[in-house]
Design a protein around this ligand. Structure first.
Ligand SMILES: Cc1cc2nc3c(=O)[nH]c(=O)nc-3n(C[C@H](O)[C@H](O)[C@H](O)COP(=O)(O)OP(=O)(O)OC[C@H]3O[C@@H](n4cnc5c(N)ncnc54)[C@H](O)[C@@H]3O)c2cc1C
Length: 441
């Protein structure tokens, strides 16, 4: 039997293990958290957007444009429909919700993890939790990894399933043991750096680097943007609009060049902007900021009216305060923010405000210009960009630096848009590598 060791029990590692075990390999998954699939549980707000049935072209990024063709051709080898069939065969019904996004019919991410774990159990896959892969070693006679197994103390806790009775839960780490494990094939499925509390703390980059791989600097992607609005009155206007959710069109400019445009539900926070349209272009902003470039976002709160239309509309209500009249067009907090930023009292009637100032206000509805100063950290990011360059792995995701080692999932230099594309990448790379790793050559 071919012995396959998998570092990381996330989406890509679990599916790789299943595919390899189905082909007769002996599989052991080493996971350094106390359970596998922690990130799967939080995907899609706990509902898990498992894949997307729409065209995959234009949905992925890589720092090397030439790698995009490789990404798309890999996805066509194991695509969204194959994912649905695979999960259906493991006992998970899925349903398309909107814009091609597919979720488990139960709308529970836990159901996705459960079928993966059940399948591992059925196939006899060994899962060693609290086990961190520390190094990869290749000598003339053997290939092995070194790991640390964390030992936990048993702690008595209330057993939720058995009211009133006590159950045991492994909790505090009280020690560690070091060990070695030989492999015929090793699959690195350690994820990237996004949401490190789920286990993907970037340790996979160190392992890949030790094999001679380059690492494209990982940066947060699918993440909120921290912004400032320069105004004469020096008011931190984001404090006023925090909590607002508004349909808007947003455009990202890097060094005065438009790089992206998105429409959807924008969320305003006390530090900047969030929501799916922001996530979709956040990776571009993150890289531009890292390179020291200027980033700006222009927000249009009223896509179906021109600035002229809004001015005419306001004129009809000259007897009202500007704040009240604007609140008939945009969210009240946005209306108040526009007044405050322009130094207009909330009690000021439109008829007493100069044309110039009114025009500044209507311009803010259509073209509110904010400077992007940073992204939120990896703690808040859904994925990260960067990682192992795709031209350093074969079409089956075998390392071109070290034979018999495969690299899958987010550890690779590929990140997708929101909408199920990142999990699809994890399934695709895991399936292809799992099958290839289990073949004797
Ligand atoms: C909040 C949130 C919501 C998301 N929602 C969606 C969504 O709805 N749809 C979608 O497509 N994508 C979503 N994503 C992205 C998606 O979850 C990831 O792209 C995907 O899980 C990556 O899979 P992976 O197997 O490469 O890595 P991970 O899922 O990160 O798994 C890596 C595993 O390796 C373990 N590990 C790391 N280092 C070691 C080591 N040295 N030794 C042993 N184990 C190690 C980690 O503990 C972890 O369990 C979301 C992400 C987040 C954070």
């Amino acid at each position: 039997m071919k012995k396959i060791v998998i570092a990381g029990g996330g989406a890509s590692g679990l599916i790789a293990g299943i595919m390899a075990a189905r082909r007769g390999a002996e599989v052991c998954i080493l996971e350094h958290k106390d359970s596998v699939g922690k990130k799967i549980l939080v995907t899609g707000n706990g509902k898990c957007n498992i894949t997307n049935l729409s065209d995959m072209n234009g949905k992925y990024y890589s720092s090397n444009e030439k790698s995009l063709a490789k990404i798309i051709s890999s996805i066509s080898r194991f695509n969204a429909k194959d994912t649905l069939k695979l999960f259906e065969d493991m006992g998970l019904r899925c349903r398309e919700k909107r814009e091609g996004g597919v979720y488990p019919a139960s709308e529970q991410a836990s159901a996705v993890l459960e079928v993966l774990r059940d399948e591992c159990l059925k196939l006899g896959i060994k899962i060693a939790t609290d086990c961190e892969v520390k190094s990869i070693n290749v000598t003339e006679h053997k290939r092995y990894i070194e790991y640390i197994k964390y030992i936990r103390a048993d702690k008595e806790v209330d057993d939720k399933n058995n009211k009133g009775k006590k159950g045991k839960q492994n909790n505090k780490i009280i020690g560690e043991e070091r060990g070695q494990m030989e492999y015929d094939s090793l699959i690195l499925a350690t994820g990237g750096k996004a949401l490190p509390s789920s286990g993907s703390d970037g340790s996979g980059y160190k392992l890949a680097r030790s094999l001679g791989h380059d690492i494209i600097l990982p940066l947060p992607a699918l993440v909120q943007l921290k912004c400032v609005y320069d105004n004469a009155n020096n008011i931190d206007v984001f404090k006023i609009v925090a909590g607002v959710r508004a349909q808007a069109s947003i455009r990202l400019f890097v060094e005065d060049k438009q790089c992206a445009c998105e429409e959807g539900e924008l969320q305003l926070t006390d530090y900047g902007i969030s929501g799916i349209p922001v996530f979709q272009f956040s990776r571009i902003a993150a890289r531009a900021l890292y390179e020291g470039k200027r980033c700006k976002v222009y927000i249009d709160f009223m896509t179906d009216m021109s600035q002229n239309d809004i001015s005419k509309y306001l004129k009809k209500f000259e007897y009202k305060t500007l704040a009240d009249a604007l609140a008939g067009v945009v969210h009240r907090k946005v209306a108040e923010m526009i007044c405050v930023a322009n130094g207009i009292s909330l009690r000021e009637k439109i008829k007493n405000i100069s044309e110039d100032i009114l025009s500044g206000c209507t311009n803010m509805i259509k073209n509110w210009e904010v400077s992007v100063v940073n992204t939120n950290s990896f703690d808040n990011a859904q994925v990260c960009s960067g990682g192992v360059p795709l031209d350093e792995v074969s079409d089956d995701f075998e390392s071109l630096k070290c034979k018999n080692v495969y690299i899958v999932g987010e550890l690779l230099d590929c990140d997708g848009l929101c909408g199920g594309y990142n999990l699809q990448w994890a399934w695709t790379t895991g399936v292809i590598a799992g099958m290839a790793a289990s073949r004797w050559r």
